[in-house]
Design a protein around this ligand. Sequence first.
Ligand code: BGC
Length: 257
Amino acid sequence: MAGRLDGKVALITGANSGIGQAIAERLAREGADCVIDYIDHVEEADETRSKIKSAGGNAVLVQADVSVVADCTNLIEQAWTQLGSCDILVNNAGIERTASFVDVTEADYDAVLDVNLKGAFFLTQAFVRKLVAAKKPGRIINISSVHEDMVFPHFATYCASKGAMRMLMRDLAVELGPLGITVNNIAPGAINTPINTSLLANKPKLNALLANIPLGRLGEPDEVAGVAAFLASNDGAYVTGSTYFIDGGLIRNYHEQ
Ligand code: BGC
């Protein structure tokens, strides 16, 4: 059966776990050749590749720290060298650190902003430069968060990074639209991934959050991947400048704890 992404190459950052891993597997199932970016835990990245291969897909691993601009440039170069193109970029790599605002350190700020914002910014720049040189269209999908729009007390660095990602997406949708490049955000709520390990282990905190989620459960990585596949495919060709919330209704129902 023909896949919606046959002949395309997709690069997914942080694709060795959680949402990134699910997106890589899904885009590969839809026919895309995938570049699996990872920074550490190569065994997990390798597991993503094995799953893709055993489902009949094609994937390569490239190690890169997206907070380093030279790594971003190399990542895009590797996609073109090893797979011949790079049509779809999924800026998924992200971290969060909790601290009361008065306690946030410079190191916390740099770590979160460098991965979540600087990484997406300069990787997108490297991605677009190659597309412009090759005169090709492309798709940019950022994995932001409900917290691109919704407050998250004690996560000021995370909120600052995701709020900025929202504006970056809107700005680039207008600037890159004439080049045939679409730019959209997917804004997950609470998803069952390693970023939520401590939340999942804290029953009272988890129950308080679940009480705020109209659908009454956490989301699954593969559900987020379904939205990414839509945006990457021809079905999403006329979508640009939008954020797709996938949060069980959380953003419509937030109460301060
Ligand atoms: C954060 C999670 C949080 C969720 C809902 C996500 O962006 O990474 O830690 O549980 O938003 O607040």
